[in-house]
Design a protein around this ligand. Sequence first.
Ligand SMILES: *[C@@H]1O[C@H](CO)[C@@H](O)[C@H](O)[C@H]1NC(C)=O
Length: 133
Amino acid sequence: MVNLASKFQAQPWWLLLVSSLLVSNIHPRANAEPQVPCYFIFGDSLSDSGNNNDLATTAKVNYSPYGIDFPEGHTGRFCNGRTMQDIIVQLLGFQEFIPPFATARGQEILKGVNYASGSAGILNESGQQLVSI
Ligand SMILES: *[C@@H]1O[C@H](CO)[C@@H](O)[C@H](O)[C@H]1NC(C)=O
């Protein structure tokens, strides 16, 4: 009798097959509808795309060198280029990035809104480690 569990452990080919199937399902398709109708984002600075720009907070990054590798320059993303959310949105087939809540207007909110805000957290003390100048 074949022990199936040990056979799968010895041969990682099935893991390669499963992961390539997963990856092949999120290929960007030009001029096609996105794979999901809308995409809403909640998070902190890892996903923020500009919600803090006009807030009274020191957690702002709408200046250089942030965004140095982003086509529009510094947009309020806490990194040099695209956030992981931007990359996921592109892989899902959206033609535009999901707009930040601060600037989202009209029909575009039907495709999704990015509510992520740098220094956000679930605890009252979240973001208090930030240095104020
Ligand atoms: C967080 O702050 C709010 C407002 O001051 C307070 O009502 C709440 O009890 C606090 N929560 C905790 C877990 O301390």
